[in-house]
Design a protein around this ligand. Structure first.
Ligand code: PSU
Ligand code: MN
Length: 309
């Protein structure tokens, strides 16, 4: 193994300038692009995400690791590389960052690693699609210990993550319990129901509700005065793009069966499931996925703008 001694982090000039002048910045993760959306569509979404953040008055900072350098704010060539069909980027959670940087390899960052990197750069707001969570045990097992590092990251990192909840493949009730234990406030944006990614409601209530970006920013500021944990803002998929519940339930059942049959586990579970949804839904799940991340990016930009006032 060739070691690269000068582990590096590089902010784009635009992001560095925005952070230095306390202008609003929104961090964006790259795993949803490289491992969550098919090639072609992912690049369109990547560019639209950045455009949406700009149109809402903030600077986008898409984060990835390229050739051992943490890039905060990608060039268009960087976005193309993350989204390329042959990119073969690794999925890098927080535990994987050190090894990737030291070895000079390349990878996409998850919620956990993006949150950590944004925070060291002084970026306080982050938009994504879905959060990782607590997995259901496999048949015959009591526990899997497959609990996403996203939850541990939110417990320790003072960042606000705007997402559309999490997929119903996860144990959403257990995930909300872990977030409570870790003192992470969960806020519903214009809803009393915690969303389930493709669906507007998971059947679980949110402990707190906010109805506009200023109210969300006020809660974030007040929380930061007392706690070092993050804040989770749950913004449901736009109603016109919500998946039909019967279609959703069928795709999920098929996806879970596929994962069991193929023996998929760990970090590969979510990408495998997403691919099944996208190929089997005739594109409806892709439209839902795109609509929800764009909506989250816009909301995150508005909250970042309120926090920067
Ligand atoms: N949920 C999605 N799409 C995604 C992810 C989650 O609907 O692309 C990605 C995010 O990057 C998230 C990660 O941080 O999966 C969680 O992976 P794991 O469960 O292996 O921690
Ligand atoms: Mn996992």
């Amino acid at each position: 193994m060739t070691m690269k001694p000068d582990s590096t982090l590089s902010m784009s000039p635009e992001v560095a300038d925005a952070v230095a002048t306390h202008a609003p910045v929104v961090a964006l993760e790259s795993t949803l692009l490289s491992h969550g959306l098919p090639p072609g569509r992912n690049l369109k979404v990547a560019r639209r995400l950045e455009r949406t953040v700009r149109d809402a008055g903030a600077v986008p900072a898409t984060i990835a690791v390229l050739d051992g350098v943490v890039r905060v704010g990608l060039t268009d060539a960087g976005l193309e590389r993350v989204c390329a069909p042959d990119s073969a980027l690794d999925k890098l959670s927080l535990r994987d960052l050190g090894p990737a940087v030291a070895r000079g390899s390349s990878g996409a960052t998850t919620v956990a690693s993006t949150a950590a990197l944004a925070n060291v750069c002084g970026i306080a707001v982050f938009a994504t699609g879905g959060l990782g969570g607590v997995h259901h045990p496999l048949p015959g097992a009591d526990v899997t210990w497959d609990v996403s590092a996203d939850l541990g990251a939110l417990a320790r990192i003072p960042i606000t993550v705007v997402c559309s909840g999490m997929k119903s493949i996860l144990d959403i009730g257990a995930t909300l319990e872990v977030l409570e234990t870790q003192s992470v406030p969960v806020l519903g944006y214009r809803t009393d129901d915690f969303p389930a990614f493709y669906l507007r409601s998971s059947g679980h209530r949110v402990p707190h509700r906010v109805d506009d970006p200023a109210e969300a920013a006020a809660v974030v500021s007040a929380h930061r005065a007392f706690a070092g944990s993050g804040v989770l803002l749950a913004n449901p998929v736009p109603a016109e793009h919500e998946l039909d519940r019967a279609v959703h339930d069928r795709l999920l059942a098929e996806g879970l069966e596929l994962i069991r049959d193929r023996g998929v586990s760990g970090a590969d579970v979510t990408p495998t499931l997403l691919e099944h949804f996208h190929t089997a839904s005739g594109g409806a799940s892709l439209d839902a996925n795109e609509a929800l991340v764009l909506s989250n990016a816009e909301l995150a930009a508005r909250i970042a703008s309120e926090l920067a006032r």
